[in-house]
Design a protein around this ligand. Sequence first.
Ligand code: NAD
Length: 296
Amino acid sequence: MAANIIDGKAFAATVREKVAGHVARLKEEHGITPGLAVVLVGEDPASEVYVRSKGKQTVEAGMNSFEHKMDADTSEEDLLAVVEKLNNDPSVHGILVQLPLPGHLNEDLIINSIAPEKDVDGFHISNVGLLGTGQKSMVPCTPLGCLMMLRDYHGSLSGMDAVVIGRSNIVGKPMAQLLLGDSCTVTIAHSRTKDLPDVVRRADIVVAAVGRPEMVPGDWIKEGATVIDVGINRIERDGKNKLVGDVDFASAAERAGAITPVPGGVGPMTIACLLANTVTACCRANGLAEPEGLTA
Ligand code: NAD
């Protein structure tokens, strides 16, 4: 069986369109322009690319983008002061501190200094707790994007067996919480899991978030399962640089019912969901109805 390809690039474009539609309505009907502030400390080239891309897409959706670039040797005190200023700025509805931060800065302390209602990355401990208890929260962007694609493809996920490979705070754990929230039976697998192939073979939904190129071969995939590949791994093949996922796409596509490619799967959904979270945060801040289909 050849799997259906879940086109994250196209789906992300529809999410961005919905976001832009909501932004236009917020401006027209309420005179409000959602604003996203991104704080970048240091000059990590990958982070600079992400931040540029986030800023560009924020503006394209009709929102205000505020960029705060700070030196690599910025003190914790100075960074906390910037976050505090953004927390108190009514034109800023979403705040994102680009990770990783330079080693001398305490990431947990900084993330937890962001006002939870503006924490569009969903990493603040309050949002983690709200998500874990099934309450309204800001949801981390990458797992939210995965959930949107799964809902779009399946409709209801109720009763499905889902395996999340990886237990990170930014992908694996929130992904598992979201799937549980949609009534899946969820297994979280990780580096110490015994007999990972057997665990994966039982799953109707496999979400791979490990960071190991093509570690999940096709023969681990149950016939007809849906595979969401979060991994982004740079490898060299045939003398060329290539991006591959955590799943061996060619062999998995032979058995899966549906699969996300890398690139062009989960990746584009992450920024689209960041924009969605910013609109959601803006609506909540103004006591307005939240956009449908853009939250968990
Ligand atoms: P991480 O390193 O924080 O976590 C990796 C997890 O994989 C750990 O929980 C670990 O237990 C598990 N693991 C490691 N080796 C394993 C093995 N052999 N078997 C089973 N589990 C194993 O990584 P992360 O931040 O969660 O990211 C995972 C991948 O997703 C990376 O490739 C990253 O680049 C990618 N990612 C993509 C996006 C996106 O926008 N598409 C966003 C975030 C992360």
